[in-house]
Design a protein around this ligand. Structure first.
Ligand SMILES: Cc1cc2nc3c(=O)[nH]c(=O)nc-3n(C[C@H](O)[C@H](O)[C@H](O)COP(=O)(O)OP(=O)(O)OC[C@H]3O[C@@H](n4cnc5c(N)ncnc54)[C@H](O)[C@@H]3O)c2cc1C
Length: 387
């Protein structure tokens, strides 16, 4: 297989697989919720998964060592996310502790007020990046002006996952230049209960995620809540998205693995015609493409994870890997639906859920075509990358 893992990561994968089997018994009757959204998982089951994950040493993999985590590298996280996704269980989302994401580099008061409570599980946050689009889009993206020690924020954000219950938002804002300082993008931490911050819409997307739209009407936020400096907002946001892209690719590959495995069982099992579907040449051709594409996607995924761990500039490879792996997962699940037939479209069927899930992955964390432009720009304008 493409991963060729060192012994410690083979061990990690084996231990995770054993934990997945244990999770299935924790839940008791997993079949009834397989592939279902978070709402289907009882609160006490989530808590038990977290406790066992802590005891087994998985919980801290996403957390910095200075906070008691093990700060796993890109390859280890790739193995872990892919293995969990390949199990296709909704319980896997409770295995890891809160991920600091772009808060990781918070310093001083921001560290105490935001990063530490997040890692302790006392506060949650959401990433507020995407601006509204379409005919009613505002004339300019969310902006802020200085006023004494504060930034006064105006604008809207269109798609914030988990925003209804988040305690605060990490929002990308454009600070206007003035006599007291330069302008530029800033990553600003904004408490949900700040006057002038309003949730204007709550909605769900097709894969089951819950999101909000936000408006800022002259919301006054201390300038000290800027992560880093004014001007660093976009690079910080992109740094965070870079990690997310690799994890999204790992999840996509795990989904493809589960789907190929499911399809294998389906086409080699019985069929009402009396002949196994897998004995028909046309089915074999389609099935082989599923395997070939999954193999290629995984080869790309593992190579990129290794480049990241080696400290190389892998922005182009990360963007390309996210595009390719999520698109392969889309095609693989689509082919599986076709081969399994009408049953796969019945609400509650695992493929029905995965079909919705993989569709959203081509937009969340960066639209495929926009990432293609990143790849082209990296090569044509920056002469960077190895693609
Ligand atoms: C499940 C899910 C969760 C999300 N969670 C969050 C979140 O927590 N925080 C957040 O900020 N956002 C979130 N998003 C939003 C997501 O990041 C955006 O939907 C995505 O980046 C695309 O932006 P957009 O929807 O504004 O579409 P647009 O940017 O308007 O793009 C729409 C389409 O237009 C085309 N296009 C756009 N620009 C170009 C170009 N320059 N050249 C060629 N073609 C182009 C592409 O085909 C693209 O797919 C989430 C989205 C989903 C689906």
């Amino acid at each position: 297989m493409p991963e060729s893992l060192p012994a410690d990561l083979v061990d990690l994968r084996d231990r995770l697989r054993a934990f997945i089997e244990e999770m299935r018994t924790i839940e008791g009757d997993l079949e009834t919720i397989e592939g279902e959204e978070e709402a289907g998982v009882p609160v006490d089951v989530r808590a038990r998964v977290r406790e066992r994950s802590k005891a087994l040493g998985f919980f801290g993999m996403t957390q910095p060592a200075e906070f008691g985590g093990t700060d796993a590298g890109a390859l280890a996280m790739t193995v872990a996310r892919e293995t969990l996704a390949a199990a296709n269980t909704p319980l896997s989302r409770y295995v890891f502790g809160p991920d600091p994401g772009l808060l990781r580099r918070a310093e001083g008061g921001l560290r105490e007020r935001y990063l530490e409570p997040v890692l302790a599980g006392e506060k949650t946050w959401s990433f507020a990046f995407t601006e509204p689009s379409g005919p009613n889009a505002p004339e300019r993206p969310t902006w802020a002006v200085r006023d004494g020690d504060d930034l006064v924020v105006t604008g809207r954000k269109a798609f914030i996952t988990g925003g209804a219950s988040a305690d605060f938002y990490a929002a990308l804002v454009n600070v206007d230049e003035d006599a007291s300082g330069p302008g530029g993008t800033a990553m600003l931490l904004i408490d949900r209960d700040t006057p002038g911050v309003e949730i204007t819409r709550r909605f769900r997307s097709m894969e089951g995620g819950g999101h909000v739209e936000l408006s800022f009407e002259g919301a006054r936020v201390p300038a000290a809540n800027v992560l880093g400096k004014i001007g660093e907002g976009m690079p910080r946001a992109m740094g965070n998205i870079g990690e997310e892209r690799l994890m999204s690719a790992a999840t996509a590959c795990g989904i493809a693995l589960w789907t190929v495995d499911y399809t294998t069982r389906h086409i080699t099992g019985g069929h009402r015609s009396g002949q196994r579907l897998g004995d028909r040449e046309g089915v074999r051709l389609r099935y082989s493409d599923m395997r070939i594409e999954t193999y290629a996607a995984r080869a790309m995924l593992y190579r990129t994870a290794r480049l990241v761990d080696a400290g190389e500039d892998a922005i182009n490879e990360g963007a390309a890997t996210k595009v390719y792996c999520t698109e392969v997962a889309g095609r693989v699940v689509d082919s599986a639906v076709q081969l399994v037939g009408g049953q796969a479209l019945i609400e509650g069927h695992p493929l029905e859920h995965l079909y919705r899930r993989v569709r959203s992955m081509r937009l969340a964390g960066g639209a495929s075509d926009v990432l293609r432009l990143t790849v082209a720009r990296g090569i044509i304008e920056f002469d960077a990358g190895r693609l």
